[in-house]
Design a protein around this ligand. Structure first.
Ligand SMILES: [Zn+2]
Length: 189
């Protein structure tokens, strides 16, 4: 399967991707509000990259090489391979910030397109409030709970250059790749 937009990954089948890792590790900058022409193009590029895939629950702009604070994620249908891809079925957040968290941290295994073949157990808040702008540059405020809160926190972490491999929980990977991942984990900055 090939896609028009490449998703950057920390490693390939054989080694660490140094340049892609550098971009994924760079904290992203806010888009200008009101949105400039360039900002609108960057938003559209992320939307296109997200909608062309069936295997992404969410995507953050740095994952496609744009170090700007834009994230997009499904807001339902997490178990479906072929989801509807209608505008109401995903959330697009510009310059998002978590303004409130509630509850005790909850453990859960997460995967990431930028960290292929592994899952990591990550602690997330069960409820978060997020302030952001929509694709027209209007202020919005969102409240996410449970799995959707987990997805939102995962995507927002990308904007800080933080990935699941930075979390402290146990890492799961295919047994036959043990030697490979031990080598890779020792090399990731
Ligand atoms: Zn991710």
């Amino acid at each position: 399967m090939s896609y028009r937009h490449k998703v950057l990954t920390l490693w390939s089948e054989i080694s660490v991707n140094d340049e892609e890792t550098r971009i994924l590790r760079t904290p992203s900058r806010d888009l200008p509000i009101p949105l400039s022409r360039e900002a609108r193009d960057q938003i559209q590029t992320l939307v296109d990259a997200f909608l062309e895939r069936d295997d992404a629950l969410g995507l953050a702009a740095p994952q496609i090489g744009i170090n700007r604070r834009i994230v997009i994620f499904r807001n339902k249908g997490f178990d479906e391979e072929g989801w509807s891809k209608k505008e109401k079925d995903y959330d697009l957040l510009i310059n998002p910030r978590i303004t409130q968290t509630r509850g005790e941290l909850v453990k859960g295994a997460e995967g990431c397109l930028s960290c292929p073949s592994i899952q990591v157990e990550v602690n997330r808040f069960p409820e978060v409030k997020v302030r952001a702008f929509d694709r027209h540059g209007n202020r919005i405020s969102k409240r996410y709970a449970d799995f959707l809160a987990r997805v939102a926190q995962h995507e927002l972490d990308h904007l800080e250059g933080k990935l699941i491999v930075d979390c402290e929980g146990p890492v799961y990977f295919p047994r036959e790749k043990k030697a490979f991942f031990e080598r890779i984990f020792a090399q990731i900055p």
